[in-house]
Design a protein around this ligand. Structure first.
Ligand SMILES: C[S@@+](CC[C@H](N)C(=O)[O-])C[C@H]1O[C@@H](n2cnc3c(N)ncnc32)[C@H](O)[C@@H]1O
Length: 143
């Protein structure tokens, strides 16, 4: 599927480094520096993008990430997704085919952007719907 990936929009694939045999070379990788002092876990995560622009780094510690309500084993921090969204150019609509707990959906709803999410596990789909629906009007207006 990845070898046929074609889009007129921006594509961002977190964990794209695991699919480097299938993705074309592009300049812009996004790096989440977890500012981890220990070496037992990865110090960073990488996202492949289809953009020919300079790579960018987001410094955000595990401790800060823990401030988010955790409801998925590989949940991304809201701050990371918000940053990622702004770096690649604020979109008019977003498709997240591996939605998990719906973090990207929360960011989209806060910013009034159309969002389509796909998730195969019912329990995570339920969580994502709950999280996205709970973004209230006040929160949207603050941004
Ligand atoms: C890395 S997690 C996404 C985490 C998400 N960014 C978050 O913040 O919660 C990937 C999700 O994709 C889902 N998934 C995996 N294969 C899928 C498929 N073929 N179709 C739909 N969802 C899939 C998994 O169930 C998992 O919840």
């Amino acid at each position: 599927m990845l070898s046929r990936l074609k889009t007129n929009g921006v594509a961002v694939i977190w964990g794209g480094n695991y699919f480097s045999d299938y993705l074309p070379p592009r300049m812009r990788f996004l790096v989440w520096d977890k500012m981890a002092g220990d070496f037992s876990m990865a110090s960073c995560e990488l996202a492949w993008t289809n953009q020919h622009k300079a790579a960018r780094i987001f410094h955000y510690s595990r401790g800060e990430a823990l401030q988010d309500y955790k409801c998925h084993p590989t949940q991304k921090p809201l701050a990371l997704m918000e940053w990622c969204w702004r770096v690649v150019g604020t979109p008019r609509s977003v498709l997240d085919p591996f939605m998990g707990s719906g973090t990207m959906g929360v960011v989209c709803k806060r910013n009034g952007v159309r969002f389509i999410g796909i998730e195969r596990e019912q329990r995570y789909l339920d969580i994502a719907i709950r999280r996205i629906e709970s973004v209230n009007v006040q929160e949207q207006m603050q941004l």
